[in-house]
Design a protein around this ligand. Structure first.
Ligand code: HEM
Length: 157
């Protein structure tokens, strides 16, 4: 009897270990905190007009397709917060053929001559856009922290 219970418990352990092995662990608490895809859509919808109104940075966006930028930002925020998305934006790699792994923020922003002050202004607007959508500051800080390392490649002036 004892052996039977022991082996059943062992079987159970094995089964759950197998199940865990088949489900890759993904940490998506930031994504969930942002409200998932719908939450991110709302944040970007708040954020884009803020960029266009912010005297510190609005000129940079004057000639660009903001609808397209919004779609790319949604993908990117979703990916960086641990959600089930991949940024699929501009491939400004050497070949310009869209093949490869060059989801490259450096080349996307290279011609724009962005300063640290502009970078910080955009980050501040994003933080406010999240606040306006009732995102907890513990969560918004995490997304900002994920994006912060881009400063090194985006700022070129
Ligand atoms: C954390 C900081 C930033 C992030 C995460 C970010 C992210 C992005 C993304 C995802 C795109 C879309 C590229 C595509 O179409 O695939 C983009 C484009 C763009 N970004 Fe940024 N960006 C940042 C900072 C800035 C700053 C500080 C400025 C200027 C003040 C800026 C100006 C632009 C412009 C003008 C475009 C359009 C470029 C084009 O279509 O060729 N970005 N950015």
């Amino acid at each position: 009897m004892r052996t039977c219970i022991q082996s059943a418990a062992l079987g159970c352990l094995l089964a759950s270990a197998l199940a865990m092995a088949q489900t890759p662990y993904t940490e998506d608490s930031t994504y969930q905190g942002l409200g998932g895809k719908e939450g991110i859509r709302k944040i970007v919808a708040t954020f884009i007009p803020m960029l266009l109104e912010d005297p510190r940075i609005k000129e940079s966006f004057a000639d660009f397709d903001m609808k397209q930028l919004g779609v790319r930002l949604e993908e990117q925020f979703c990916e960086y917060s641990g959600g089930p998305c991949k940024y699929s934006g501009k491939y400004r790699d050497k070949t310009m053929d869209g093949v490869g792994t060059a989801r490259d923020m450096a080349t996307v922003h290279a011609d724009l001559k962005i300063t640290n002050a502009q970078f910080n202004a955009l980050a501040e607007d994003l933080q406010i856009a999240m606040e306006r959508n009732n995102v907890a500051s513990s969560v918004s800080n995490k997304l900002i922290a994920k994006l912060a390392p881009m400063q090194r490649v985006i700022v070129t002036k």
